[in-house]
Design a protein around this ligand. Structure first.
Ligand SMILES: [Zn+2]
Length: 340
């Protein structure tokens, strides 16, 4: 969780995932886009792909003023209303540099300014530099930026942090490979820590084409609705700690979707159901329409406050998701027909 991974800059976190995967996979490889792929039974002709994206939203250095202030652009969906007054880290070849996003004092705001949500391109980072030249000794144009918000355990098994979307997915995929390490399977398993999801499912698109799976399951965070101003009428009833979210709808293969629910029932793994009428905004959308089509499902980890610096998840949901995926894969056989 503490390793930065804004989309396009995932290499460092992939090394951590690789170290874990190598202990439990027959083969671990990477591709040109930066996806990390851990494989069990690489010779099997029936291939199951798991995908959890390791990238997170962040920012990038765009411009440095003569006075040494840094202007920046978003990497993926950053909520500009959250950014003023945050601590940030700029990840430069020269090292990691701390900065703060400045804001005019409350006393000095005009009444209409108090109501206004700032635009990202109007905000600046102060790293303490005196001039542009001074700033350029520490950072460069194009350096990625992340929020300096620590992983924080909360009561029970809840935890808060930034980038649970979707480092938890990447973790659940790796953990599933661990649970399967000693199992005899009828299928090959490709656990992928995908990249650039936040920019349009780009790593899932290329890795799914390369793997050419018959079955693909994405693991991502899903909207919980168990906080005071969540709209249950729109989101349904989804609780953090209530088990992984399974989905019904066009992005989910009917046969595979029903199999996962059956497995959850048999293994007594808690789960919650969410209706997803269209294309989900996850790697599952890219995997499903790869080549001539892939039997696809999505397992989501309930998440409060998505894309903020204080996302909340339950660690038991992660463990239950990995158990559910491992048991589902054990139940798969190459003879299954996934035509709906
Ligand atoms: Zn995500």
């Amino acid at each position: 969780m503490e390793i930065p991974s804004p989309s396009g800059f995932e290499a460092q976190v992939q090394q951590v995932v690789a170290r874990y995967m190598r202990r439990y996979c027959d083969e671990v490889r990477t591709d040109t886009c930066g996806n990390l792929i851990g494989i069990k039974n690489p010779r099997s002709r029936f291939r199951v792909m798991l995908a959890g994206h390791c990238d997170e939203v962040g920012m990038m250095v765009k411009h440095i003023t003569p006075e040494g202030y840094i202007y920046f652009a978003n990497i993926g969906g950053v909520d500009a209303s959250l950014v003023p007054s945050q601590r940030v880290l700029i990840h430069s070849k020269k090292g990691t540099v701390s900065g703060v996003v400045g804001k005019k004092a409350f006393h000095l705001l005009e009444p209409e300014e108090k109501k206004k949500v700032p635009k990202l391109h109007e905000l600046w980072i102060d790293i303490g530099a005196k001039t542009r030249e001074d700033a350029l000794k520490a950072v460069s144009i194009g350096d990625p930026i992340t929020f300096d918000a620590p992983f924080t355990p909360l009561l029970g098994d809840l935890a808060s942090g930034h980038g649970f979307d979707d480092k938890v997915g990447s973790f659940v995929v790796a953990e599933t490979m661990r649970l399967l390490a000693k199992e005899k399977l009828k299928v090959g398993v490709y656990g992928v820590s995908t990249v650039q999801e936040e920019l349009g499912l780009r790593g899932a698109q290329t890795s799914a084409f390369g793997i050419d799976p018959q079955v693909g399951i994405a693991v991502d965070v899903g909207f919980a609705s168990d906080y005071p101003d969540a709209n249950k009428k729109r989101l349904g009833e989804i609780k953090v700690g209530g088990g992984p979210i399974l989905h019904k709808g066009a992005n989910i293969n009917r046969v595979l979707g029903e199999l996962i629910i059956d497995v959850a029932e048999k293994k007594r793994i808690p789960y919650q159901i969410s209706g997803e009428p269209g294309r989900t905004g996850t790697d599952a959308a890219a995997i499903q329409v790869t080549r001539a089509g892939v039997a696809t499902a999505l397992v989501s980890i309930p998440n409060r406050y998505m894309h903020t610096t204080v996302e909340v998840v339950s660690l038991s949901d992660l463990e239950n998701a990995a158990r559910l995926l491992a048991s589902t894969i054990e139940a798969l056989s190459p003879r299954m027909d996934f035509r709906p």
